[in-house]
Design a protein around this ligand. Structure first.
Ligand SMILES: *[C@@H]1O[C@H](CO)[C@@H](O)[C@H](O)[C@H]1NC(C)=O
Ligand SMILES: *[C@@H]1O[C@H](CO)[C@@H](O)[C@H](O)[C@H]1NC(C)=O
Ligand SMILES: *[C@@H]1O[C@H](CO)[C@@H](O)[C@H](O)[C@H]1NC(C)=O
Length: 386
């Protein structure tokens, strides 16, 4: 009965939009995530350029990337799985795989991706030279997760949401920054081709105007994160720092020791705006604790296998470059209720209705998977564990 009610609610979008055209959230009206590259937690946490940012925000001390190298981590953050990906080369994900864009659009929450030195909106090439003057790759497709999803590229309006840092600057000056924003600096500023220090200094400078007192009228949460760690032989432990006007004053300069992964980006925005879910690993991922508290979400816990996971090696899947480790894209589990309190997005349910009874690895438990001793476990679709 509860599920039926949730389904009905899902179909009737009770969207409330504020005077400024923004959908109010439980903890923030805007979310901006900025992605840096390849550093271990211990080094970043001790970096002096991060020190004063730490005083203004919440340091997440147990945030882990999914695997190596970069690209699967980006792909995971918007789609709720990395589909076995274990490399940085060109990939395409079929159109029946939804992303966070579907969840946001259903509730009229605006979104954009901004990628430094992308030559034009919706650019689908593998790389491009830009502002460094090196005549080298500045923009790279592997750091732009949206463009690998056919559900984005088959839709001209969505493609237009993938702009450059200049587009971001214009939107910021005009006070028109969308409500969900994903940003990747170029290969120099994100630290990929430079140093830890170069990227933290860049971040510090880039963030100052965004953290200024009246930068945004609405509560804004900024998640500065790394895609993955540098040292493959160690657990994939990275720094993520929560910043911005949405951070309650009493929590500035504190730490949060909850276990997180990039899927927590999805579960957190779902909880904040009461979104549907993707029916993938977004369901069961811990919600950033202060958001969970404001949203009344009480399911945060350590994954049962948190200590045993080897987040340096990808499990099998469609995008694996080893033919013996290829598997079809798993069907979403349409029986799950996500952190937004709602079932799978109706359009996902419809797109996958033909395979509704097929086994699925997504069980809503928050268990973490790897290509070592914790492969995804396929079962008949069932509701979330209690
Ligand atoms: C991107 O790389 C892939 C694989 O290497 C290649 O097939 C494709 O043609 C490239 N795309 C462009 C626009 O160069
Ligand atoms: C960054 O490094 C890659 C090799 O990893 C190289 O191909 C590329 O040209 C470099 N880009 C810049 C902007 O230096
Ligand atoms: C993780 O898996 C890789 C590749 O199989 C292996 O080399 C490494 O030792 C494993 N790490 C741990 C902590 O088990």
């Amino acid at each position: 009965m509860q599920r039926l009610f949730a389904t009905l609610l899902g179909w009737v979008c009770l969207c409330i939009v504020s005077a400024a055209g923004l959908v109010p959230g439980k903890a923030f009206e805007r979310f901006i995530t900025i992605w840096l590259e390849n550093q271990d937690y211990a080094k970043v946490a001790a970096d002096p350029s991060i020190a004063d940012l730490k005083r203004q925000g919440i340091l997440l001390t147990r945030y882990y990337a999914h695997t190596h190298p970069s690209q699967p981590n980006y792909i995971a953050a918007v789609g709720g799985d990395y589909f076995g990906l274990n490399h940085d080369d060109f990939v395409r994900i079929p159109e029946n795989v939804a992303t966070v864009a579907d969840l946001l659009e259903f509730k009229d929450v605006t979104w954009a991706g901004y990628f430094e030195d992308v030559p034009g909106p919706g650019y689908m090439g593998n790389f491009s030279d830009g502002s460094t003057g090196n005549g080298a790759w500045d923009y790279v497709r592997k750091h732009n997760p949206f463009v690998s999803y056919d559900s984005i590229t088959a839709n001209g309006e969505r493609l237009l949401n993938l702009g450059s840092f200049d587009d971001f600057r214009r939107a910021f000056a005009a006070k028109k920054v969308p409500q969900f924003v994903f940003m990747s600096p170029n290969m120099m500023n994100d630290g990929h081709n430079t140093t830890l220090d170069f990227a933290t200094k860049w971040s510090h400078e880039f963030l100052q105007p965004l953290l200024a007192e009246k930068a945004f009228k609405e509560r804004t949460l900024i998640a500065l994160t790394y895609d993955e760690s540098e040292t493959y032989s160690e657990p994939n432990h990275i720094v993520t720092l929560l910043l911005g006007s949405a951070i309650p004053r009493s929590l500035r300069g504190t730490q949060d020791n909850t276990f997180y992964t990039h899927y927590s980006i999805l579960s957190t925005v779902e909880a904040n705006w009461g979104l549907h879910n993707l029916g993938r690993y977004d369901v069961g991922a811990n919600v950033f604790q202060f958001v969970a508290d404001l949203a009344g979400y009480t399911q945060n816990k350590d994954p049962e296998n948190a200590l045993a996971v080897n987040n340096s090696v990808s499990y099998p899947g469609m995008l694996n470059d080893d033919p013996s480790r290829r598997l079809p894209i798993p069907a979403p589990n349409t029986k799950l209720i996500g952190a937004g309190g709602l079932p799978v997005l109706p359009s996902i349910e419809a797109a996958w209705s033909g395979v509704r009874k097929v086994q699925t690895p997504y069980d809503g438990s928050g268990r973490v998977c790897d290509g070592d001793r914790n492969p995804p476990i396929y079962n008949a679709p069932a509701a979330n564990p209690p």
